[in-house]
Write a protein that binds this ligand. Sequence first.
Ligand SMILES: NC(=O)c1ccc[n+]([C@@H]2O[C@H](COP(=O)([O-])OP(=O)(O)OC[C@H]3O[C@@H](n4cnc5c(N)ncnc54)[C@H](OP(=O)(O)O)[C@@H]3O)[C@@H](O)[C@H]2O)c1
Length: 252
Amino acid sequence: MTHKLRVGLVGYGKAGSAVANVLSNDPRFDLRWIARRSTPSESQTHPATSIPIIGVDQHPFADLLEQHPVDALVDFSSPASIRDYGSEVGRRGIMLVSAISAYSEDDLAYARALGAHTRVLCSPNITLGINFLIVAAKLLRKIAPFADVEIVEQHFKEKPEVSGTARKIAETLEVGGENITSLRLGGIVGHHEVIFGFPHQTVRLTHDSIRREAFGTGAAFALTQLADCENGFYTFDDLLLRLMRVEVLNGN
Ligand SMILES: NC(=O)c1ccc[n+]([C@@H]2O[C@H](COP(=O)([O-])OP(=O)(O)OC[C@H]3O[C@@H](n4cnc5c(N)ncnc54)[C@H](OP(=O)(O)O)[C@@H]3O)[C@@H](O)[C@H]2O)c1
């Protein structure tokens, strides 16, 4: 990227505000505005910046994008909002990085179709570390299909369900849910470990989430990678594997 990428962020909740911290401090990006569902009662800016926070109830995306153009949208709002900005994003060729975790099949088909007009990435888990762990585990599984595999996930006491990330790791490695061990204790944000048991050695791949800002690091990675891609629909795996091909296999 030669110029700063102008970015609009959709969603200013728990994840969006942490993502705003990362994007607003990264010199590669010019975070132009943040959109949320409802207009704040008083005019609001992101702390320590002059980045405006705008409600789409009073400023629909068509007006927002006309008055404050951007090169990319990053979505940490809700599954519904892609239908609000989708046609504008496609029409204007704006890159989209969507981190929405709970899209329906219909929503995903809509996002895929947008890939005919612009570059679209959808990732239900957008941390760089977990995605790297999954790719590395997949590679080791291919190299050593004879090794035993167990997955351990640890989260805060109140989390009721088995981690979706652990289930995705199990699915990728073609092992069953019975190979996942879940521990619930204290305030652990998120710990995932894949253990490969060889006859004479053990390999452990571990990821710990520390702060929600990690979502921003993942979004920043996706933006920079997507900027070099053709129009199309991408997953985080696609971007990581593309980078590995360029950086590792070409010996750069
Ligand atoms: N891929 C990942 O790794 C990852 C990680 C974390 C979160 N997420 C996803 O990010 C989303 C937000 O999570 P969260 O925990 O931050 O939720 P949250 O705290 O409830 O915040 C949601 C934000 O989105 C805004 N919003 C909701 N619907 C909107 C719409 N139609 N148009 C514009 N803005 C809208 C809300 O506006 P108001 O403030 O006006 O209510 C709020 O600012 C969820 O879909 C979650 O799955 C993904």
